[in-house]
Ligand binder design. Sequence first.
Ligand code: CMP
Length: 138
Amino acid sequence: MKRTFSIIKPDATKRNITGAINNIIESSGLKIIAQKRILLTESQAKDFYDVHKDKNFFTDLVQYMTSGPVVVQVLEGENAVVFYRDLMGATNPKEAKIGSIRNKYALSIEANSVHGSDSLENANKEIDFFFKENEIVG
Ligand code: CMP
């Protein structure tokens, strides 16, 4: 069993669709083995998205990710990283495949409802960023 890291983003928590997204996650067979609802600080958002610091959307992204609550999660399942990226759909909702989370719920390329790690290495880093091992219960 492998783990990935997920964020339900402010556009989704504001629309009260956390449960609807979790329903898609759980129906897919992925197990939510850690979860908390938090308000990211500016410093946390900047650190988390450090790889994007030179992108033209970085300032907007940090502003958006701190604009409301997020739900950070650890998901467990076979091939969890790739499996969850497929379940989320493409970053840009216009390109997200039918039935994916972003196809159903994302509002824009920025307010795209969910984040999922892009590699096993990043999944481990991102999980460590938000969770202690004893907060993760498989
Ligand atoms: P995420 O998968 O969390 O990774 C980086 C985030 O930056 C992405 O989802 C979007 O929320 C945002 N993002 C990516 N590309 C763009 C873009 N071209 N313009 C604005 N925001 C973007």
